[in-house]
Write a protein that binds this ligand. Structure first.
Ligand code: FES
Length: 159
């Protein structure tokens, strides 16, 4: 085999063997956005921690994200695809719906049952059960959504 042909085949072989590594490197992002973040409460399915499937948007703009019975048990219900975190305030029992994406750098906040606030696992920003900022480095509160209860369902209006 000629030297030039041999080197050509070696080059193709090196390229083919490194392709999977290059693809894997490109696909293992570190973005902590809502859509990419795995569930954090240990009870979640692929997209929602609620056993009740998210309903379609109704004519009035509301859709359900869980039941009050379920929220009473779990304190929070996360739907990471929709970017909705339902929180039952343990003190006044009010239900809030917040966007769980921390305004600092986008990590998903988690309910701290002991301290009774939403904590960002990345840099420890803290928010109360209604999403109001308690402590930075975040400088803004969590965005909130209008909620209401209808029977046992918790309805949220995203826009
Ligand atoms: Fe939440 Fe930094 S991403 S405090």
């Amino acid at each position: 085999m000629e030297r030039r042909k041999f080197l050509g085949w070696v080059g193709v072989g090196v390229l083919a063997s490194s392709l999977p590594v290059a693809i894997a490197a490109c696909s293992s992002g570190t973005d902590e956005s809502v859509a990419d973040e795995p569930p954090t409460d240990g009870q979640a399915t692929d997209e929602s921690s609620s056993a009740v499937a998210q309903s379609p948007v109704r004519e009035d703009g509301f859709q359900s994200f869980g039941t009050t019975e379920e929220l009473d048990k779990k304190v929070t219900i996360l739907d990471k695809k929709a970017g909705v975190l339902l929180v039952r305030n343990p003190e006044n029992k009010q239900i809030s719906a917040v966007n769980p994406k921390c305004p600092h750098q986008g990590c998903i906040v988690e309910w701290d049952a002991e301290e009774k606030y939403l904590n960002c696992p990345c840099h420890s920003s803290k928010f109360d059960a209604t999403g109001d900022l308690l402590e930075g480095p975040a400088t803004e509160s969590l965005p909130t959504y209008e909620t209401k209860e209808e029977g046992d369902l918790i309805l949220v209006k995203l826009s």
